[in-house]
Ligand binder design. Structure first.
Ligand SMILES: Cc1cc2nc3c(=O)[nH]c(=O)nc-3n(C[C@H](O)[C@H](O)[C@H](O)COP(=O)(O)O)c2cc1C
Length: 368
């Protein structure tokens, strides 16, 4: 059973969220001094603005070491379970996800943590499952990243099976698996209204099989929209063959200004003149080496997009142009997108006042 009060389960509503407000730099690998600082004060401020505006969700990145370069992009990162708990306690309507590395977090602990924060938020918590890819980060944690995807996803599957059983099973039970042997275990409280929304953002074939078996939402980069539309169709088919429904979302980076020239001038400032290329190249190199989040043939073409918005779909220009871009994502079959801004708190109000009304008038989103 899924949670009816959670905004992520609204129908006919193109979902909007934010991504990476908990990480220094947000999604932009820039050296400008006013780049996103990711402090708790900044996160609380943006969380309340989003909640009041009727934005659907906040998705954090779980990161344990930064990407180096001059700025050490993603070097300062608020831990996502505790961040989500605090945001859920400070907001009323928005869904807040925790992003959890299966290998670094015991499933019995995570089942109870998510249930606890879902109680705090009265059914507004969500879980983004990371099966793992970032080898230096695993080494920093003293963990071994399996080289093959078979082992990564077999582990993640048992990890999530344990969690699901702890959420579903009213009484105690024993678990005898490959990775865990649990004796007379149980979990109380349960999530507030049944299973919270689950994200998995794998790009590999095996990862996507995992996602269509287990997740409600799967993320895919929007680089070539014709290719994205095909992918969305395939993923939905794959899910329905397994008797499930998944919604496919993407991530976008917004620079919205009254004129296109102002938007382009700002891009030239934070990106053209001030990109931290050493950190960007580390980000690209690690993606090539260990992950398939971005198809490798396209990854080679998007160094600029990686610098500007961590590979997100560029939504640059006037409110009308930004709304047109979001409509293109919708037309490709996507069910929603995350948004990032160089400075979330400073730039979101302009988006709220000028882009959201266009999306509502075009019938993409329900107001409120
Ligand atoms: C929207 C999105 C969010 C993600 N969040 C995280 C994260 O917070 N931490 C992390 O280590 N990986 C994150 N990932 C990476 C994926 O969870 C996955 O591990 C990666 O795509 C590699 O798996 P694959 O090789 O099966 O594609 C994210 C990817 C996307 C597209």
């Amino acid at each position: 059973m899924t949670a009816p009060s959670n905004r992520m389960f609204r129908k006919n509503h193109f979902k909007l969220g934010t991504f990476s407000t908990n990480c220094s730099g947000g999604m932009t690998v820039t050296k400008i001094p006013e780049r996103w600082d990711a402090t708790w004060e900044s996160n609380l401020a943006i969380g309340r603005l989003l909640d009041d505006a009727g934005i659907d969700f906040m998705l954090p990145i779980a990161r344990w070491i930064g990407y180096g370069g001059e700025t050490n992009f993603h070097g300062y990162v608020l831990e996502t379970m505790t961040w989500a708990a605090a945001l859920l306690a400070s907001t009323q309507r928005i869904t807040v996800f925790a992003t959890i590395h299966a290998a670094a977090n015991h499933p019995v602990v995570v089942a109870k943590q998510i249930a606890t924060i879902d109680q705090v938020g009265r059914g507004r918590a969500g879980l983004n499952i990371v099966a793992g890819w970032n080898k230096p980060e695993y080494e920093a944690l003293g963990l071994t990243l399996p080289d093959d995807h078979e082992t990564r996803y077999a582990y993640a599957q048992e990890w999530f099976d344990v969690i699901r059983k702890l959420w579903d099973e009213p009484g105690r039970f024993d678990w005898k698996g490959h990775y865990w042997n649990l004796l007379d275990v149980h979990s109380d409280p349960k999530p507030f209204h049944g299973q919270p929304p689950i994200i998995n953002a794998a790009g590999s074939g095996l990862g996507r099989e995992f996602a269509t078996r287990n997740a409600d939402f799967l993320f895919t980069p929007a680089i070539d929209l014709a290719r994205t539309a095909e992918e969305v169709g395939e993923l939905k088919q794959q899910a329905s063959a397994a008797g499930r429904e998944v919604d496919v979302l993407t991530f976008s980076h917004v620079v919205c200004r009254p004129t296109e020239k102002e938007a382009r001038d700002y891009c030239d400032y934070f990106f053209g003149q001030n990109t931290d290329w050493a950190a960007t190249d580390n980000l690209v190199r690690l993606q090539f080496a260990h992950a398939q989040s971005f198809p490798h043939d396209l990854l080679a073409l998007i160094r600029d997009r990686m610098a500007m918005g961590h590979g997100g779909f560029p939504l640059i220009g006037t409110p009308e142009q930004v709304a047109d871009g979001i409509c293109q994502l919708h037309a490709a079959g996507l069910g929603g997108t995350t948004l990032s801004f160089v400075d979330y708190t400073k730039e979101f109000p302009y988006f709220r006042d000028n882009v959201l009304p266009i999306l509502e008038a075009r019938g993409l989103r329900q107001p409120g």
